[in-house]
Design a protein around this ligand. Structure first.
Ligand code: BES
Ligand code: ZN
Length: 622
């Protein structure tokens, strides 16, 4: 009788001891990352030395990853993240002593733990591996999918937890490492990474990279293709396929100004160079803030620089995200909410209050739409998320971006710009190259700005924003005089004035977006025709305007835009455009049929990130 009770006590004691020892990684710890198998409190990766050969024929990277390890507890095992990787061999140290490893059970989106036998003295672990053609981070493009049509193209997308599909590593935003890489490509191609890059192609097809600032794995990035470089100024430049280079350089002419404005706001740019690479149109995002080298969609090349807020956004991530990083994907708003706020400040600085005010009002509409789509009482509208057991992409909604941004706007309004800016400058400096949890941010804000003032605490109501649903009552509501002008024209048109008689002088892309987004949901074919004849939306070369119009066309079965819908969906892979269009099509039986027919053709041109989302949306079975 005594024995089992004794055992129970002994086990409880042991359990609590283990809990204490590994307090970095207990599940209740807000720093614990539920999306990684790594055990950084035991053995931590501090540097990566990567050698890759890029094999387009087999859609495969053939790699050796040498990880520098800080063995903190003298453990005999190193825990890494891996997904769809073939591990050929693992060795230890520069002597390359072969060691044992095992791949654990496979999870749909987490992949597998890669557990390697090490010794308490191990400093280097060499992993020989190959990627799978199905690696979700990689898109292998045929020459036909590029603008030059002659050479293939490869690019990676590691955020949120896809780095593990091309590099075995500790794939957690709270873990940082420096890296070096050597990449071998066909001599007709050039390779660039989220690191110090060359600007010239070489005859050997071998490229060397160094990233001396420590970064989390989701910022590892590689692109390979027929690309060339053009400088934009002392700190910035652009890579693109030769046919796109001049257009890209024109579009991004204000990049240097943006860097200067950003530094004046929140302190020194810590990454030396800021370059942009324009990818082929299948890139699933608008932009990705890979350090030193933003990846961008060509759909922002509007020809009039009207969509460059996206560059301000990715640049702003050089502080919010890349310098001070969300500790886990539950804290994603710390990356995106801060960045949207910072983006707005850069835009205001360069293009003025009136212009930035329009962007802010569009963002406010996005915020409201995001909250309403998810459901205003849903826990997924909290800024701090609980993504345990879910794909982190589930949490990457407009809430993190726009609710996050308006939270910071409310704080600015409360404390005044001067105090608030000083707070942010200090924040980026104090926590540079570190990660941050929501709770730590709240504690810091309390300490620095609220300082125990009860009335102030009640006024800002942090809990409602971070741990509560929907848009809190104290959310600032932006106004825009420019958009009042647009509203007046919408009313005039709805009262029967012909489109040709509307006053749209000097309207920017943003006026047009507000116009299209605020038309009634139901519009007759005559009315659609009237607008189209006058403003040529079906032929618009501005991706945002074109998309907003195609949404109206689908919802109102406006047949003259059918070809444009099909053409758009088969030539562009940006998820932000694809998802709402497919969704709108899928709302009627005929539309769904059309969507499936288009998707059948388009799917093979999409990035895995895009087609996995659209597969689910359309209930697509291969
Ligand atoms: N970091 C994001 C892109 C991302 C988020 C990729 C989550 C994978 C998972 C990037 O900074 C971003 O937010 N891009 C936006 C543009 C922006 C102007 C809102 C996009 O791609 O649309
Ligand atoms: Zn972002």
């Amino acid at each position: 009788m005594l024995l089992p009770i004794f055992k129970l006590f002994r086990n409880l004691l042991l359990l609590s001891l283990i809990g204490l020892l590994s307090c970095q990684s207990t599940p209740d710890n807000p720093r614990h990352d539920v999306h990684s198998y790594a055990k950084p409190a035991e053995a931590l990766m501090t540097h990566l030395d990567l050698t890759l050969a890029v094999d387009f024929k087999n859609k495969q990277l053939d790699g050796k990853a040498t990880l520098s390890i800080d063995n903190k507890t003298g453990t005999n095992q190193l825990h890494l993240d891996a997904r769809d990787l073939t591990i050929d061999k693992v060795t230890l140290g520069s002597a390359e002593t072969v060691t044992n490893f095992k791949l654990g059970e496979e999870d749909d989106f987490m992949g597998q733990p890669l557990i390697i036998d090490i010794t308490p003295e191990t400093e280097l672990v060499n992993i020989y591996y190959k990627t799978s053609p199905a690696a979700v981070a990689l898109q292998w493009l045929t020459p036909e999918q590029t603008s030059g049509k002659k050479h293939p193209f490869l690019f990676t997308q590691s955020q949120a937890i896809l780095a593990r599909t091309w590099v075995p590593c500790q794939d957690s935003p709270g873990i940082r490492f420096t890296y070096n890489a050597t990449v071998k490509v066909d001599t007709a191609l050039m390779a660039v990474m989220s690191a110090e890059n060359g600007t010239e192609r070489n005859n050997e097809g071998v490229y060397h990279f160094t990233m001396k600032q420590p970064i989390p794995a989701y910022l590892l990035a590689l692109a390979v293709g027929d690309i060339e470089y053009r400088s934009l100024g002392p700190t910035s430049g652009v890579y693109a396929e030769p046919a796109m280079l001049a257009k890209a350089a024109f579009e991004f002419a204000d990049t240097e100004k943006m860097i200067t404005a950003a530094e004046a706001l929140y302190g020194e740019y810590r990454w030396e160079k800021y370059d942009i690479i324009v990818l082929p149109p299948s890139f699933p995002f608008g932009g990705m803030e890979n350090p030193r080298l933003t990846f961008a969609t060509p759909t922002i090349l509007a020809g009039d620089r009207s969509l460059v807020a996206l560059i301000a956004h990715e640049l702003a991530h050089s502080w919010s995200g890349n310098l001070v990083t969300n500790a886990t994907w539950n804290d994603f708003w710390l990356n995106e909410g801060f960045t949207c706020y910072f983006e707005h400040r850069i835009m205001e600085e360069i293009y003025g209050e009136e212009y930035a005010g329009m962007l802010e009002q569009l963002a406010y509409q996005d915020a409201m739409d995001a909250v309403n789509d998810i459901g205003p009482t849903s826990k997924d509208t909290h800024l701090y998320l609980n993504l345990k057991g879910r794909d982190p992409d589930d949490g990457m909604t407009g809430v993190a971006y726009e609710k996050g941004r308006f939270f910071l706007q409310m704080l600015e309004d409360t404390f005044g710009r001067e105090k608030w800016d000083a707070f942010l400058r200090d924040y980026f400096d104090r926590f540079a190259f570190k990660s941050m949890t929501s709770a730590e941010f709240v504690a810091h804000l309390n300490k620095e700005l609220i300082k125990g003032d009860k009335a102030l605490a009640e006024q800002v109501n942090i809990d409602a924003w971070i741990y509560g649903p929907g848009m809190p009552d104290n959310c600032p509501v932006p106004q825009s005089g420019e958009f009042d002008r647009v509203n007046a024209q919408i009313d005039t048109w709805l009262e029967g004035t012909a489109a040709s008689a509307l006053n749209t002088d000097n309207w920017t892309t943003h006026h047009w977006l507000h116009f299209l987004r605020n038309l009634p949901h139901e519009i007759s074919t005559e009315q659609m025709t009237d607008l189209d004849n006058q403003f040529h939306f079906t032929k618009s070369g501005n991706s945002e305007i074109h998309h907003a119009w195609l949404m109206l066309a689908v919802k109102n079965s406006y047949a003259p835009a059918n070809d444009a819908v099909e053409n758009f969906l088969t030539s562009i892979g940006r998820l932000k455009f694809l998802r709402p269009l497919y969704q709108a099509l899928a709302e009627t039986p005929e539309g769904k049929e059309k969507a499936l027919a288009i998707y059948e053709v388009a799917r093979s041109g999409y990035h895995p990130v895009s087609y996995s989302t659209i597969d689910a949306l359309l209930g697509w079975q291969q």
